[in-house]
Design a binder for this molecule. Structure first.
Ligand SMILES: NC(=O)c1ccc[n+]([C@@H]2O[C@H](COP(=O)([O-])OP(=O)(O)OC[C@H]3O[C@@H](n4cnc5c(N)ncnc54)[C@H](O)[C@@H]3O)[C@@H](O)[C@H]2O)c1
Length: 243
């Protein structure tokens, strides 16, 4: 499979490029980045050579340019970039009427599996208290993490009456109908998410621990293998896990 890597000199794009070079069934068709990185093209439209698929780890401001290119060339695309505006998301959805598009805010297959398990435990472990603790490195800008919210959303799919309590503090007794979400910041932690389900007599804790950001690139490669050959449509991790 010949892969165009959009954002090839970024933190994720460079990890992805290494993983593709090591894969038996993939090769890099072209790299794209606006930085002038050696051997790369400045924008997708500059490359019209052979390609089977695009994997995108870039910046959401490039959404329209990228989607126009993929539609024009009828190339499937795995969109790993996050932060799209509502208008940009609409552009991606429109494109997916003409080409296969895979999009997930978290490309980790392990996190997707964790979310599935969380949904099931929340449904079947009746009336339990659900608490989420996420831990990340000290450079992280946002709290709680998007993944913590994603896991809380998974629990709420089973128990829609629950609401979120972010960072409980002060005179704040726990209410039965809440999911407590707390953030810990220390050292160089890549990302750990613990979801606790507690009753008076027992506790289940489900933990996902990321050791290396390469897990996102691994997920992108799995998504590319899944997407290749699919009809036009909008696909996500749930579709990949269900196959
Ligand atoms: N879905 C996931 O699981 C997941 C995981 C990690 C990162 N991400 C997302 O992937 C994206 C890239 O992350 P990163 O850490 O590699 O960032 P980065 O800043 O290290 O790299 C960004 C890349 O995009 C390019 N770029 C910057 N502005 C651009 C523009 N306007 N148009 C086209 N290309 C542009 C840069 O030159 C660079 O190659 C971010 O949106 C990030 O949130 C998603």
């Amino acid at each position: 499979m010949k892969v165009i890597v959009n954002g090839i000199d970024g933190a994720m794009g460079s990890i992805l490029a290494r993983i593709i070079r090591e894969a038996d069934d993939m090769e890099i068709a072209a790299g794209i980045t606006p930085t002038g990185f050696e051997g790369a093209y400045l924008k997708p439209q500059d490359y019209q050579g052979e390609a089977d698929i695009v994997i995108d780890f870039s910046h959401h401001e490039g959404t329209e340019t990228l989607m126009d290119y993929c539609v024009q060339r009828q190339l499937p695309v795995v969109v790993c970039t996050t932060g799209q505006t509502e208008a940009e998301m609409e552009y991606i959805r429109k494109a997916s009427e003409q080409i296969p598009v895979f999009k997930s805010a978290n490309m980790s297959v392990g996190v997707a599996l964790t979310a599935r398990i969380v949904k099931e435990v929340a449904a079947k472990f009746g009336g339990c208290d659900i608490e989420i603790v996420e831990t990340h490195h000290t450079r992280k800008l946002d709290a709680p993490s998007g993944t913590a919210i994603m896991l809380a959303d998974a629990a709420r799919e089973s128990r829609p009456e629950l609401h979120y309590n972010l960072g409980r503090s002060g005179n704040a007794k726990r209410e039965p109908e809440e999911i407590g979400i707390n953030a810990v910041r220390r050292g160089n932690v890549v990302g750990t998410h613990e979801v606790m389900f507690g009753t008076a007599n027992q506790t289940i804790t489900i933990t996902h621990e990321a050791h290396d950001r390469a897990l996102f690139a691994d997920g992108a490669v799995a998504a590319a293998r899944f997407l290749f050959g699919k009809p036009a449509g909008f696909y996500n991790m749930e579709d990949l896990l269900s196959e």
